[in-house]
Design a protein around this ligand. Sequence first.
Ligand code: GLU
Length: 289
Amino acid sequence: MITRFAPSPTGPLHLGHAYAAILAHDMARAAGGRFLLRIEDIDRDRARPEWEALIIEDLQWLGLSCDGPFLRQSENQPTYDAALDRLWAMGLLYPCACTRRDIAQALSAPQEGATALIGPDGPVYPGTCRGAARHGPRPHDQHLRLDLAAALARMGARTTHFLETGPAQKGCIITDTASYCQEIGDIVIARRDMGTSYHLSVVLDDAAQAVTHVTRGDDLFEATRIHVLLQQLLSLPTPIYHHHRLIRDENGKRLAKRDDARALRLYRAEGATAQDLRRMLGIPAFFVS
Ligand code: GLU
């Protein structure tokens, strides 16, 4: 078993991150497997080395030792480029110059009829640029979207599936062609400002790190449908997924990086121990033999 913790160094880790990291760590250790770290720093504008350093310190304080060297996404661009070239050569990507506002306007146009659905990345894209040229060199000055219908047709598949072991939805999760097109739509695979996307990078990196079990928050459940599709398109293995509950504040709101009040470094500064944190999160103490 190989699990991973994949934080973005864009702010301090909070209780929700601690929960995700501890679950992934304990799962691997209990199975005699490996627990890996990946720094998801593709958002160059927001990622900072000081946040990365704090992540390492927090993990040490939590008593979670990582196996092997960690992978930093900002150093893995050649892998993302190679996959994008492949998808572009298959004719499955198209350039898109739409702004959020263009999309909102297209979706609110009366002829579009029904109210817009919200997918994993926001409103489901109405397909405005789907007819854009797909030949010649891969464009770098616009976002690249995945033509979902074409991708599914190319695979000759009507469904994708993955195994889920999380508390909310256990078993084999199946997504069919219609749900992909209606609920997810043509998602952005390479952002103009990043040269990749969360979805593409996470899929390629999980494969590069040979991750067998992905543990992540429930908020990413819908995104996993995209990841499984990308794995099939790129002939990569699909790990087993475990979507865990989200840690919420006393008002039921899910914690975010801006909730500095729950930053691990503050608990650490107040003298709390890793076992105190486990108790707060309802995770049993872990004893390494
Ligand atoms: N980097 C993501 C985050 O900080 C998690 C990625 C994942 O688990 O796939 O929430």
